[in-house]
Design a protein around this ligand. Structure first.
Ligand SMILES: [Zn+2]
Length: 300
């Protein structure tokens, strides 16, 4: 299939001119390696009108959206594709309020769909950071704080961030995790899921990192009000200013999804041309997510 490339919105609107063209794109992706019937497992079937596949054996008719994160999108696939495009090809994306206005759908409808897109943006954990990594903790939400470092305000979401830097201290990749507290137990998953044991890691002098020094190359250095973690703090600042553009404060239980979206865009800023296609591909390969699951998803 021809993968959509580019960041030009006029071109994008021409390619995806109606719901049909989006359905066709999904069908090509979904059955790129042939058809397997989800009901009986048969591999024999044929493509019908409306971009559906009919199984020869049990006559089940499978749509291109079923079993994917586009399952039961009721406001039209073209609008759904546009929202994915806004969330990936742009640098900052929009809030669900703005997205709702732009595409003529309810804010809640936009929000639920955007949570599905964020689900597809979750890290695969297959490519751990392996070079020079700076790690630090920070808080978001609640009253805006004027100081760096660990805060114990319960209204705020606590988080830990790992930034991989190039030799020139440029950001290469970023991972952020919401944490319950600053204990070694809470900060360990970020290391296990996103950092290679071969990496050279710099943290501040927080004692929570000490148990990790057995397995990881960790150097501890005083933060000096953030001076020793300059690039990292620029990233945290970008994250916070993006979160502030969201009019309804982000609920603590959903904050991880916003971190995932933020990191997903940063980590693909060198391959912006392909980011839309890659996201659609992830959404087709993911399991559908229902509204009750989105509401229940409390990970923090
Ligand atoms: Zn079948």
């Amino acid at each position: 299939m021809e993968k959509y490339k580019g960041e030009n919105i006029i071109d994008f609107m021409k390619v995806f001119k109606d719901d049909e063209s989006c359905k066709s794109y999904l069908a090509k992706l979904k059955w790129s390696e042939g058809f397997t019937c989800p009901k009986c497992g048969s591999k024999r079937g044929c493509l019908k009108s409306g971009h559906c596949y009919e199984c020869y054996q049990c006559h089940h008719v499978e749509s291109s959206t079923s079993g994917t994160l586009f399952h039961k999108v009721k406001f039209g696939l073209r609008k759904a594709f546009c929202i994915v495009y806004e969330m990936t090809a742009s640098t900052k994306s929009l809030s669900s309020v703005q997205m709702g206005k732009r595409y003529g759908i309810r804010q809640a409808t936009a929000w639920f769909f955007m949570q599905k897109v964020r689900e597809a943006m979750k890290s695969s954990q297959k490519y751990p950071l392996k070079e020079l990594i700076h790690v630090d903790e920070f808080v978001v939400g609640g009253q805006e704080e004027g100081k760096q470092g660990r805060s114990y305000d319960t209204k705020k979401s606590k988080a830990i961030i790992a930034v991989e830097l190039s030799e020139k201290e440029k950001v290469k990749r970023v991972y952020i995790q919401a944490i319950e507290d600053y204990s070694a137990k809470s900060i360990t998953p970020l290391f296990e899921q996103h950092i290679s044991t071969e990496a050279n890691i710099l943290t501040d002098k927080w004692k929570g990192y000490l148990p990790l020094t057995k397995r990881y190359h960790i150097e501890q250095k005083a933060s000096k009000g953030g001076k020793n973690f300059k690039t990292l703090h620029i990233v945290v600042h970008q994250l916070k200013s993006w979160l502030r553009t969201i009019p309804v404060a982000v609920d603590k239980k959903h904050i991880q999804k916003y971190f995932d979206e933020f990191c997903y865009r940063i980590n693909r800023s060198q391959s912006k041309e392909n980011i839309f296609h890659k996201t659609i591909e992830r959404m087709v390969n993911a399991q559908p997510l229902f509204h009750f699951q989105i509401i229940q998803k409390i990970k923090v």
